[in-house]
Write a protein that binds this ligand. Structure first.
Ligand SMILES: Cc1ncc(COP(=O)(O)O)c(C=O)c1O
Length: 407
């Protein structure tokens, strides 16, 4: 059998790769499964998007190749949204790149910037396509552990100088998956300044910009002075509009950076299904009516989750953004063991912190992707597993920093 490339062999196991199969097996055995794994809510996309795609599939040109250009109305709508939401102007044709989900763009971008000898600084725990894209491009990955000590922020000046010298890309994601941390503005200013000094491409993954609570409004990186010089920002319709399966997102950056990503994409895809882009335009149109209701649903789920997991003996704070709780485990309870036992013994799917890289050990992640009642039930089951694993009264005194706010 032909041997695999060394580059391929460096890829770690993808955290969610085995879970759908495992869930299928549990369901077949008749287990009452509660899935709090992927950030993939059980909610419907906006009605307007459903109607628009239904109409669009009957329009002949929509069924042809989109190529890199795609549906111009989608580019226009994304640029108009950037203006409305962040008061930032971008050229829809030169600075917006339509993506087949933001993951696609994030991972493909590395092919334009990474190569042997170049380093990507990747937060760990973190979204796995940062590592995946960089390794597949033959680059080197420097993992920066996100820990409570630094409020789950990447502090560039903690990184050895020889690594910084070779660094070409820095991936940042705030509001953060999986820690739910948010980045203060002065932090973002510091990072942009350092990236400019060090000539590092700042890849700012803003997939959770619209899922925020308690009055918190996540910024765009381009609100920070100087960011246009060095940054690219990724957006997604997945979480904002419950459109994960539709695979629709976009990037925004100065023309040179956008052109590099577009060129890579011109060799690996031939554009997205334009009916999806047409439906995405409808989703943009209902942003200000759909989002308040959606946020309220996630806020209720967050309240249920925080309350129930605390009652189960697992200390956690209420995150200001995202659809996740990043819950610390008592010392000596490995996150993979906890997640395995919870799935096998109680039918509850959560993600072990170690699945996001070694830097995530000591935590597990739950997603607000089902009803408050089911989340509460899952927390009770988690409490039982925790008691069995620790055989002592659970400790209540460990809380992650940087995820403040009342439930
Ligand atoms: C941090 C982060 N970035 C990007 C994505 C990718 O979103 P999509 O490819 O669905 O647009 C996700 C999905 O979970 C995510 O958590």
């Amino acid at each position: 059998m032909p041997s695999l490339a060394k580059r391929f062999e460096t890829l770690p196991e993808y955290v969610l790769a085995r879970i759908p199969q495992k869930k299928h097996e549990l369901l077949k055995r008749g287990v009452d499964v509660i899935d709090l794994g992927a950030g993939d809510a059980d909610l419907m996309p906006p009605e307007g998007a459903l109607r628009r795609i239904t109409d669009a599939v009957y329009i002949p040109p929509m069924n042809r190749y989109g190529f890199g250009l795609g549906l111009v109305q989608f580019r226009d709508a994304a640029a108009a949204w950037m203006q409305r939401r962040f008061n930032l102007r971008f050229d829809p044709l030169k600075e917006i790149v339509p993506l087949i989900g933001s993951k696609e763009g994030i991972s493909h971008l590395a092919l334009a910037y990474m190569e042997p000898g170049r380093v990507a600084i990747v937060p760990e725990p973190g979204y796995n396509s940062y590592i995946g894209g960089s390794l597949l491009a033959g680059g080197e990955v420097y993992k920066y552990a996100l820990r409570p000590r630094t409020n789950f922020l990447v502090e560039l000046d903690d990184i050895p100088k020889d690594v910084l010298r070779r660094a070409k890309v820095l991936y940042l994601n705030y509001p953060n998956n999986p820690t739910a941390a948010i980045a203060p503005r002065d932090y973002l200013e510091r990072v942009v300044k350092r990236c400019r000094e060090l000539d590092i491409l700042l890849v700012y993954d803003n997939a959770y910009s619209e899922l925020a609570f308690d009055g918190y409004v996540p910024p765009s990186i381009f609100e920070i002075e100087g960011a246009r010089e060095v940054a690219i920002e990724f957006h997604s319709l997945s979480k904002t509009y419950n459109m994960t399966g539709w695979r629709c997102g976009w990037s925004v950056a100065r023309p040179e950076i956008s052109a590099a990503l577009s060129k890579v994409k011109s060799f690996v895809d031939t554009g997205q299904f334009m009916a999806v882009q047409a439906a995405a335009v409808a989703a943009f149109e209902c942003w200000d009516t759909f989002l308040p209701k959606s946020r309220e649903i996630f806020r209720e789920r967050r309240y249920a989750a925080v309350t129930a997991f605390r009652q189960a003996g697992l200390a956690c704070e209420s995150p200001k953004s995202t659809m996740y709780l990043w819950i610390p485990l008592p010392d000596g309870v490995p996150s993979a063991t906890f997640a395995d036992r919870l799935m096998e013994d109680e039918g509850v799917i959560v993600l072990p912190g170690s699945g996001f890289g070694a830097g995530g050990e000591g935590f597990f992640r739950i997603s607000f992707i089902t009803s408050p009642a089911r989340i509460t039930e899952a927390a009770q089951r988690a409490g039982r597993v925790l008691r069995r694993l620790t055989q002592t009264t659970p400790r209540m005194d460990r809380t992650p920093a940087g995820v403040g706010g009342a439930a």
